[in-house]
Unconditional design. Sequence first.
Length: 520
Amino acid sequence: MDFEKKEFYGIVAKAKKQMQITIDQDCNVADTKPDIEKMIQTRGMVKIQETEMMIDRVRMKGEFLFQGLYGTNDTATFLESLEYSLPFEEYVHIDGVLPSDYVKVQYTIDDINTVLINSRKISIRVLLTFSFQITEEIKEEGITAIHDENVSVLKKDIQVTDLIVNKKDLARLKEELILPANKANVYQVLWTQVDIENLQAKIAEHMIEIQGSMQVFILYLGEDAQMPVQYARWEIPVDTQLECYECVPGMIGKIGMSLGGQQLEVRPDEDGEERIISLEVTIDCDIKIYEDHKISYVDDGCSMEKTLIPEYHMFDFETLIGKNQAVMKSGKRFRMEQEPGKLLQVLSVKGSVTVDDVEITEQGLSVEGVWMADVLYLSTEDATPVMNSSYMEPFTFFVETKYLSGNEDYQLDVRVDQMSAVPTEGGEIEIRTAILFDFISFHKTRQRIMTDMKEEALDYEKIRKIPGIVGYVVKEGDTLWSIAKTYFTTVESIREQNEEVSEIKPGDKLLIVKEIGIFQ
């Protein structure tokens, strides 16, 4: 018997876990840098170097890249910066995990705390929350056709959403920025901030198109004795592509994007002056591409010449319920709790968001969390002309979607899409933010799929006991196929004997004639 088979592919969520880790380390100031008088702003990012799936646990190795801007006792420059790599390695116990599974790791920085031990040494304490999503890749070959003229087949159709692409990739951006004419040449870069805003990904023919904007800010020591600390900023459009040969328009994309590594280098221009900023940035992309279509496969088979014994495996099919991108926009005024000196100008704003709770309702998701803003600004205080203030605001936002009961598989990514700060009258600052909620959900349908079909000789004795002609009253759950198999006939024969009946319901009466050709 010849089969035609198709490989069914699926991703099954196995486990989710959250854990907090603390990194605590004392760091010395490099000999080439001045003493620390005061920490102004700190930040960091996690770089996961390796994840290893083991039996019932996951090994995670990485580093926390710490950066700090501080005030010095040097009255000429006032500012300096620090960078440290804080390594970590953790073993996470998760029941049921296997080496063949896939893990997606996300993190949030809950707190960065620095304590000045002395002017040449600081204690850095970082609190991180990691979220682990464990999934299992399932593959199964199912029969979609049987090539045998003596075999009748019952086919089943199901609407499914296939995962076509599941990978991580990097979008690389390279820019050469030129200092404005009114800015002094760069002597030393103290602090940089790169933000990606309004990022959108679109599926095109064999590629993914990424568009948005990039905000670049640098704080630097310039070759100007009167104004040694200077700054510059640029807004650059983002328009790039990632190769994706499996992609075609019409597919459904769930593409998570976050700012990755950054490299900034100052180069001389044609006149030999340090005025060109060479910038390389990567956008980390977690790419999942889906295709919604109908699958037709063989669910059963029947023959008048042999007994067919099908073999089945259960398989979880996923069907897309909904996909939604929602933006929460908010503006909040805060009283500035400043040290001596007034705010002259906002230099940069660094935003982040933490989700504390997600509640599933029939209409969608109720998301609770907190957004945070670190504002770097110029001050009128001569001793500390650059200062920092931090603000936070809780939020509740509703992401609309339908048909959620709590048993569906869903993914929700939340990120700050835009953030700005504007001084207002009365010693206040207004922070405006746009937070993006990227949501997709699937309904799981557990179905059997036929993986093989065995053949045996007919049981003639059993067939002889079946009446040649019978009047039958349809019962609950009956189908023309099940009735035909029970009485050793065909669906076509039942239709011929009953005025081409196509649908049946409980209580209907049918005339059934057994196929007798094999006994003649």
